[in-house]
Design a protein around this ligand. Structure first.
Ligand SMILES: Nc1ncnc2c1ncn2[C@@H]1O[C@H](COP(=O)(O)OP(=O)(O)O)[C@@H](O)[C@H]1O
Ligand SMILES: [Mg+2]
Length: 412
């Protein structure tokens, strides 16, 4: 997922780069044709050679020669007047046998019909464009975009044709579509999972109540464990859904005024059940009010404490410290666990990022908790971060603005 995610962005950048390059080359060729270019500067091993237009002929030729796109000009009789090496390579015919040939004869038979239509359209409308596929070098098919343009040369007319290999763009588009499909799948799957999981949870509670009534504490206890696992599952599903909402810029937050200390103690009690005797709380924020989404901030605290428990030895202490100074409230969660390598301390806040190592692999997780937490804290105008040393432990912290007095501006 991490790799896929990264290459997805890389590919997008790649497409943009390629498109820009293509536009640039087309633009340069156009301006040369229109006579808007007075001189060329050709960079050659660090020296600049300047060609004025008359002497630019050679440089121009070189430039077209070196282009990745195929370039061809054909006369009104359909004979190739000029072609560059890239074009010869595309159609897999030696360059000297391309020039002087009937252009359509160089095109695979199956594509002659659409190409001749493009040629007719270019003669009629001055330009035309389209896409064909030709047999690729290593088998398979090569998608090629064609741009045809009428040229006036010394009183006569010719057609200029630029053929661009689109396989890289195609591949990138394909992968982008695949990623989109995966994302959509995640959304649908998580929604579908939510409903049965919720009803299972309901039944468990009913059963648990019945067993308790009957005095069957053992069964009730076991159901308590089932319930805890269901809660983990629910949390994973919510993480998936929240991550998708963030991606779409649609994570809803409900801002309200609340007492931070009360929230912290609720969360400590909840998370503490799965981390018995491990949480040490130092809270000096009594009475401090925040304006924010209480549930979501609770989710952030839960995630940070969960992580501290998950990535540290079973009986080691976890210190949870909350303080408020001036207008800033800060929460620190300090563990004595495996720590995080310095070069990955920023990355852990990225979507699906998990530290790769033998130790980390033994813990289940999606790598979404901190990504979502960071988003929630940022949306509250806060800061989130970590200080950590490998093998010694980590301190995760966040800071949030405190509200003072009665006038609060509801800037959500
Ligand atoms: N307290 C911690 N100690 C060591 N590593 C941590 C700690 N908290 C988070 N990490 C690292 O950051 C990654 C991302 O955390 P998170 O987004 O919560 O995802 P998850 O816990 O599901 O893997 C984790 O996979 C882990 O590698
Ligand atoms: Mg986590």
């Amino acid at each position: 997922m991490i790799k896929g995610d990264k290459s997805y962005n890389d590919l997008l950048t790649r497409i943009n780069e390629l498109e820009t390059k293509l536009d640039e080359s087309n633009e340069i060729i156009e301006s040369i044709r229109r006579g808007e270019v007075d001189a060329f500067i050709v960079q050659n091993n660090g020296t600049n050679e300047i060609y004025t237009l008359r002497s630019a002929d050679k440089a121009f030729r070189l430039f077209i020669e070196k282009m990745n796109q195929g370039a061809v000009t054909i006369g009104d009789n359909g004979i190739v007047l000029y072609a560059n090496t890239s074009f010869a390579k595309m159609v897999d015919v030696p360059l000297e046998r391309v020039i002087g040939q009937v252009f359509l004869g160089l095109i695979p038979e199956a594509q002659r019909q659409p190409v001749s239509q493009l040629i007719a359209a270019a003669w009629r409308d001055k330009e035309s464009r389209g896409e064909i596929t030709i047999p690729g070098k290593e088998g398979g098919e090569l998608p090629v975009a064609l741009y045809l343009n009428q040229l006036e040369i010394d009183g006569g007319v010719a057609l200029g044709i630029i053929a661009s290999d689109m396989s890289l763009q195609k591949e990138a588009q394909e992968q982008k579509r695949e990623m989109e499909k995966k994302d959509e799948f995640i959304t649908i799957a998580s929604h579908e999972l939510k409903t049965p999981v919720t009803s299972i949870k309901g039944y468990i509670q009913v059963l648990q109540f019945n067993f308790q009534q009957q005095g069957n504490t053992h069964a009730a206890e076991l159901l308590g464990k089932v319930d805890a696992q269901i809660n983990k599952l629910t949390a994973l599903i919510s993480e998936l859904l929240d991550a998708r909402r963030i991606e779409n810029g649609q994570l809803p937050l409900h801002f309200d005024r609340f007492d931070f200390s009360a929230l912290l103690h609720e969360i400590v009690e909840e998370t503490g059940r799965l981390l018995p005797q491990r949480l040490v709380v130092e809270d000096t924020t009594e009475g401090v009010q925040l304006f924010g989404d209480r549930n979501k901030l609770g989710q952030v605290i839960t995630n940070i404490i969960d992580n501290a428990g998950k990535y540290s030895p079973p009986s080691s202490k976890i210190i949870v410290q909350a303080k408020a100074e001036q207008n800033i409230l800060a929460l620190y969660v300090k563990d004595q666990g495996i720590g995080i390598p310095r070069d990955q301390q920023q990355k852990i806040f990225e979507r699906f990022f998990r530290v790769k190592g033998k130790k980390e692999n033994t813990y289940a997780g999606l790598g979404l908790g901190l990504y979502i937490s960071a988003e929630i804290i940022f949306r509250h105008q806060g800061r989130i971060g970590v200080e950590s040393e490998e093998g010694k432990g980590s301190t995760f912290y966040f800071q949030l603005p405190v509200i003072r007095g009665e006038n609060l501006s509801a800037s959500a």
